[in-house]
Design a protein around this ligand. Sequence first.
Ligand SMILES: [Zn+2]
Length: 155
Amino acid sequence: MPEFAQVGDFCPNEMCSDYGKRQSERQKNIVKFGKSKAGHQRYKCNTCGSTFTETKGTIFYRRRTPKDEIIETLAFLAEGSRISSLSRVKGHKEDTILDWLRDAAEHAAVIEEELMAKYQIERGQLDSLWAYVGNKGEKKATRKATKAASSGEPR
Ligand SMILES: [Zn+2]
């Protein structure tokens, strides 16, 4: 059973010696650290002292490419653009795009919300997006959030 790393499961600070290490019985550098003004859970890494909120720690945090650019590229993919043509138009390597896609699949809930809200991508298109990387996404976690948006989709 694959596990999906959630925000709060690891330190998103690349400079940290515990960067990216999942929390476990022996690895406990992340603690809850109150809430942000917007009401998001905040976390603190006791190893490096950095704090972050639940919106960080997804693929966007450790990528050099701006989040919007990644999301837009994924939106084009979901709409049926081919990776090869996107690579040409956007100027990103095909490998890079595939990499985003693989990462995105691990954070499917966050990405799906964003794609549906900003680019009116539909459930069926998301499924074909995840099919690229053989991952159907985090279905359980997204059902609740996507029910309204996917009501027009036969299931
Ligand atoms: Zn850290």
